[in-house]
Design a protein around this ligand. Structure first.
Ligand code: FAD
Length: 290
């Protein structure tokens, strides 16, 4: 087995109107006990939770003393806004940015012609020019191909450009069939993309969220998993067990095959990540070394 794989988590700022930010810190209290390499914090494309990303990432870094990664999207921002956000991150001692394009806004007033950024690589270029020594940038990648890309080859070409513009590692979109991850890594390496590619794993704990997430992310549901869902969709406890165990099996297989890192989309439910860790403590803590 090769070098130790990193283990990391994604959380999102709470969406409730009263802004009950304390709920996220209860989540992070629990995740911290699992000793992750880093925790990433999403950035709401719609705007409402944007400000909270810096606050939460800052607390993870400065109070919990865990490395934090702030997600940052550019599609509906001006250069000035993005630079102001980077300055805030720098002022809060945050050194890692997951640099993203974001999805196109759905409102009719949105005018593509007026965009100041077209792709994540444009954001990478701006940040590396304006803050040359301040941030480690990462980027997103898509085992089942990004929904806007005409084909896998075009998506890989764009990925290479994004890495050349400054992404030092990549995190994948969720997938439920590890073969898509292996294909992406193999084809990326052939094209000279050598940076670590962390596998994004989402433990699915109810059938409704699985179907919604799969549609939104453009990922397929393998026959084996869809059969389990059909049989147990009316039994929430069984669905939860299936989701945790399915993700556990994906992770064992990935670690056995030398994955660079496992990034768990926690959906702010630390008990799910804890259950995975309880399933395979030795795989995660001991066997997973050089
Ligand atoms: P890009 O890398 O810019 O790619 C977008 C599309 O453009 C792809 O189809 C690509 O093939 C194509 N493309 C790129 N460059 C070129 C080029 N030069 N010519 C032609 N085509 C090109 N969204 C949020 O709003 N907030 C988040 O916090 C968030 N976190 C995420 C975390 C991860 C790990 C992942 C995988 C996704 C996340 N997203 C988030 C979703 C993401 O914003 C969307 O998937 C978005 O549609 C694409 O972002 P990107 O940075 O991958 O875009």
């Amino acid at each position: 087995m090769k070098n130790k794989a990193t283990i990391s988590f994604e959380v999102f700022p709470p969406k409730n109107k009263e802004g009950d930010i304390s709920s996220i810190y209860r989540t992070i209290d629990e995740l911290a006990k699992l000793n992750p390499d880093f925790i990433s914090v999403t950035y709401g494309a719609g705007g409402s939770t944007k400000g909270k990303t810096v606050e939460i990432a800052s607390k993870i870094k400065n109070d919990y003393h865990i490395e934090s990664v702030a997600h940052l999207t550019c599609i509906s921002s001006t250069k000035e806004e993005v630079l102001a956000m980077c300055q805030q991150l720098k002022d809060n001692n945050i050194e890692n940015i997951l640099s993203l394009r974001g999805d196109y806004p759905r409102d009719d007033s949105f005018d593509k012609e007026k965009l100041e950024f077209h792709y994540a690589k444009d954001l990478n270029t701006l940040i590396t020019n304006e803050f040359p020594h301040d941030f480690c940038l990462s980027g997103a990648c898509y085992p089942e191909v990004h929904t806007d890309a005409a084909c896998f080859e075009d998506d890989l070409k764009a990925l290479k450009e994004k890495v050349e513009a400054g992404a030092e590692y990549l995190i994948t979109q969720i997938f439920f069939d590890n073969n898509y991850y292996y294909r992406l890594v193999k084809e990326a390496r052939k094209r000279g993309i050598t940076v670590p590619i962390l596998a994004g794993i989402m433990p699915i704990t109810n059938s409704k969220s699985l179907l919604h997430t799969a549609k939104m992310c453009g990922c397929s549901i393998p026959y084996q998993l869809s059969t389990m869902i059909e049989s147990y969709y009316n039994y929430p406890s069984a669905m939860k067990e299936i989701g945790i165990n399915y993700a556990t099996h994906q992770i064992i297989d990935l670690i056995t095959n030398g994955v660079d890192g496992i990034h768990i989309y926690t959906m702010n439910r630390p008990e799910i990540a804890q259950a995975i860790f309880r399933n395979i403590p030795t795989v995660l803590k001991e066997l997973n070394h050089e």
